[in-house]
Design a protein. Sequence first.
Length: 737
Amino acid sequence: EDRSSATMPRKRSRPSHSTDISIPTGSKQLQQLWSGKEAISALSRAKSKECRQQIAEVYCRHKEGQLMPEKVTRYCPIEGKANVNIQWDEDSAESFPSKPVRIAFVLVVHGRASRQFQRLFKAIYHASHYYYIHVDQRSNYLHRQVQTLATQYPNVRVTPWRMATIWGGASLLTMYLRSMADLLAMRDWSWDFFINLSAADYPIRTNDQLVAFLSKYRYMNFIKSHGRDNARFIRKQGLDRLFYECDTHMWRLGDRKIPEGISVDGGSDWFLLNRLFVEYVINSKDNLVTNMKRFYAYTLLPAESFFHTVLENSAHCESMVDNNLRITNWNRKLGCKCQYKHIVDWCGCSPNDFKPADFHRFQQTVRPTFFARKFEASVNQEIVNQLDAYLFGPFPQGSLALNSYWENVYDEPDGVASLSDTQLTYYHAFSRLGLARAAASLQGNPKDHSCRYFPMGHPVSVHLYFQSDQFQGYLVKHHATNLATSKLETMETWVAPTKNFKLTTPPTSTFSRLQFAEIGTEWDAKERIFRNFGGLMGPMDETVGMQKWVKGPNVTVTVVWIDPTNVIAATYDILIDASAEFTHYRPPLNQPLRPGVWNVRILHHWSPVGEMRFLIAPLAYNKHQPIRQGEKEIQLHNGPAKNSYMEQSFHGLNPVLNIPVSLSYVEQAKRNAALTGPELERWIDSLVGKLWEAADVCAVGPTACPVMQACPKSPWSSMSPDPKSQLGAPRANGRIR
């Protein structure tokens, strides 16, 4: 990401693990360690013994002055920053150069959005350029997809090594330096420029325009500087702090001094660097490069500053252009919510996704720009379609799947260990909903078993399915035995969520601000969506209530959460100011939450204005094994201890809200909580069936069921054609798109 950093988290207590660290008691090192509050805090939170040992060693070496360079040599012949003026002329960019540059694209990707990645690849591909792809160590599904893609093109390679890079981590710089060294070592790849892109990038001008521009400025380096007061930048960025990465976390260990002799600079970690400068950074053993590699090995967000600082202080300084040729969608009010606190002892900002309303920004011609970020098809695919049509001409009339988007969330080679017990429970229930739908398709003939099935094994794959940027549900591929033929068949089931929110504003009310409300987990305050699509929740999930408002007068509403036995679990007031669009709150409920269908009511002056239902599913699995009789995990289904979700009881509100307290509900809940095996599955299916429906089922291979369509012919199926993201052989002009 591009991001800037700010503010510091709270201090923590002394470490409970200090005995794990092999430094002699009473030693000078131990005294140094106990004198550093931030180092102690890091030690108390680090999970592995190796990480704690490394933190202690790094901190002690720093205190002894062995870690950081004090003075560094500057080789730039000019004072201050070079200010190269680049002219942007859209027309001259059309004339193709006699000696065009060749580009090495380094694609740094993670996650599961393989189809979006394929669209990006298709848009930037040309047979004259080179594509080196690094897939994050934790993204095995995407790695398999990318490896398949690479076999189709001679100018595409995948890094033979993989790293688990984290936001702001030192590992990100290591990954770039290693990729650069690899590219320089490839004797058969003759390239002139290094460009880094993520899967959330997209071109906003054509490959020909980019090549024409870079050929004109082939000796320049394009890198974006922060453009702020330098002392403030150093503080905000945490460059005057010592950081260390281990256990996939950046630990802040204390203060440090910026080396003398050079000016430290930084900005965006997306850049275009020429080969000469890349060779210098990788091969030079001079004082500047070696010391900067040392300094930035212990730096937060090092890729946002290392290349800037080396370039500005090296003999290459006059080739620096303060423009990385990209547009980034910053909305700091939404993007600076400190969303990386769990992996970095610091707060950061991240850009927002582009939407169709932003399209005009790509057409500006004031400064040269060739790429934009961020794009996420699971948030908005329409903007990518618009860009595609703008760059390459409109899609043919009646193009298939133009407004459809599929994203994989589970694939068999990942292994069920990659799923939570909640996901596994839901996916199995979704498969059974599909089998029930297939069986119901031949109801006219009770003796015909050709569409009756017995479920077999875990799911094969699961996809999210979107249509016109609206979530349509889950697609679960699964095996089942056909009862008529005793043969194993594979099918894909589409389950769609039912409508669970309704406005209940009384006709006499003047209240009109509420638009929508939803309960879920993984609320993304930046994009204002739940990342857990469809809200697959179990008893140990931390649920968030979200409301969407239209602008209007200030109002206060009361939100009431009611569990499946009519126990009022929580109630709270929200003040909605005139301009508020979204509100969200996570009530601090004691877990486990009672399984079943919950109800949330929104009241204005104690009159209901909105109501929604959500499901807390009982779990069929514990650590991926079916829950058995007598296992303590069954206690998860009993609801919270003493029936109390919070310290205070809201029992007195039941008569006010006309919610009957029923002993029979409680008795039934107790009986359900003890279920295992097929009875537990039946209970789960009855609950899931209240909030989800099997919209369709298709056959992956041969089937005995005469009414089941083949998946490739079902437009909703993940196996149906998707031409916009399918890749083919390069055409005569070297392009795929």
